[in-house]
Design a protein around this ligand. Sequence first.
Ligand SMILES: [Fe+2]
Length: 264
Amino acid sequence: MNDLSAHRERFLAYVGRFRDVPDAAPLRLKVDHTFKVLEHAGVIVDSLRGRADEKVCRAALLGALYHDCGRFPQFQRYRTFMDAKSVNHAILSFRTMRDEGFLHEEEREVRGLAQCAVLLHNRHILPALLSPRARFVTDIVRDSDKLDIFRIMVGYLHSALPERDAVLLHVQDNPEGWSQVVVDDVLAGRVARYSDLRFVNDFRLLLGTWMLELRFAATRRALAESGLMEAVLAGLPDDPRLRPAREKLFALLDACGRSGEEDC
Ligand SMILES: [Fe+2]
């Protein structure tokens, strides 16, 4: 049931159509990102060991594979990954999946669950009325996406690669700069918002707050073992006003490392 080889080929054929987009390096990153997210969704699905049925697992894997398919037309049309300056890429991914018929031969429930996960994968807060199955599939995709975004960001927070500006959403590269509103989110135990980011250090804090909503123990353990979060937080300036936020995030990371088998 979880053989996705036809879908992998379909996805690669689709992204091949964007080969000739000028300055397409950021799009190549999105292809790598997609397959890493799919890989991690596979790790979560394996960790569930009978606690989720096949339809849910298949929908999660398909959601992971297609979650960012809208990034390609977004970049082609607007030359940016900033949703605020272009279009909500999750909605565009949903429309692309539907219009391209990527899931047309899937069972109705699988298709609906996967589409829901794609549509909601970047939502700051999920709708309260989501069914438990839809919520479960969506959370697998969101956890998997976040884990790979940690990897990508660590690479870009420390480098001057040409795609850096696009990946970091054009925030200011001031090593001492940070925003109180994002620190307040950390201290209140809230997930920070993209729209509040002004500095690279705000991005570090935002990534830290994502630990608050990782649902699956497999993701939390993978994050703690990867060393990625230490690398994200290591770049924060040595400012006493940041110390409580930093300590709070390290405590969260410590808790991630001690995650047993229990999912949230
Ligand atoms: Fe996305």
